[in-house]
Design a protein around this ligand. Structure first.
Ligand SMILES: Cc1cc2nc3c(=O)[nH]c(=O)nc-3n(C[C@H](O)[C@H](O)[C@H](O)COP(=O)(O)O)c2cc1C
Length: 197
């Protein structure tokens, strides 16, 4: 099994990174001999989508100039890495009610009509299928239940966008309340105990 671990927290003591590593460890224990590839979007961010990228994306592959091909390099790489994986472990810190811009940029680079999704008579169809996704979602507050649950735009967003690409088999593991004094100490052990692979 090939595991792709995507990191998007820039913090060395990150909860989402620690939780992601724990998910990877459990997967390795359950599937000995598996390989792990790590993509760190905090240390190696992908550029925001620029005009050259968009022009190239809408140009048929056979008509692209070398410069246009180069503009798609990050996207091609990100898609290839994901296609080669059987399992995606996705670290997602909760930032300002959404995800870090680096993670959003990675997702933008993954969404390519005709490559990762297509439109059919029956509606849109995701083309990245047969993979399992584990989201290691860290948040200062609590969004799984209670009054803040309506402000959880992260898990629904990831389900919608990655599901649109065909990644519909998704488990969200939460380390939450990391900024709540009475929850902070137990947040990570509780999250780790809830991992099911
Ligand atoms: C820029 C920034 C924005 C944040 N926004 C939110 C937020 O909207 N809601 C929340 O509950 N926590 C928020 N937090 C707290 C983080 O979600 C929390 O510290 C989490 O553990 C960060 O993930 P990490 O430990 O993997 O870095 C924010 C933290 C930062 C640094």
């Amino acid at each position: 099994m090939h595991i792709l671990h995507v990191i998007s927290s820039p913090r060395s003591s990150s909860f989402s990174i620690q939780l992601g590593h724990q998910i990877v460890e459990k997967l390795l224990a359950a599937h000995p001999g598996s390989t792990v590839r790590e993509r760190n979007l905090a240390t190696h961010p992908m550029p925001h989508l620029e005009e050259a990228y968009l022009q190239s994306m809408y140009t048929p592959a056979e008509a692209r100039t070398p410069a246009q091909q180069a503009a798609l390099r990050h996207s091609d790489e990100a898609i290839q890495e994901l296609l080669e994986a059987d399992v995606l472990v996705l670290g997602a810190p909760f930032y300002n009610f959404g995800i870090p811009a680096t993670l959003k940029s990675w997702i933008d680079h993954l969404c390519r009509s005709g490559i990762t999704f297509s439109y059919t008579a029956a509606g849109p169809k995701g083309l990245i299928t047969g993979k399992k996704v584990y989201v290691a979602l860290s948040s200062g507050g609590v969004y799984s239940e209670g009054p803040m649950a309506v402000y959880d735009f992260v898990a629904p967003y990831l389900r919608a966008t990655l599901g649109f690409l065909g990644l519909t088999d998704m488990e969200v593991v939460r380390v939450e309340g990391t900024a709540v004094p009475e929850l902070a100490a137990t947040a990570l052990p509780k999250a780790i105990a809830s991992i099911e692979v």
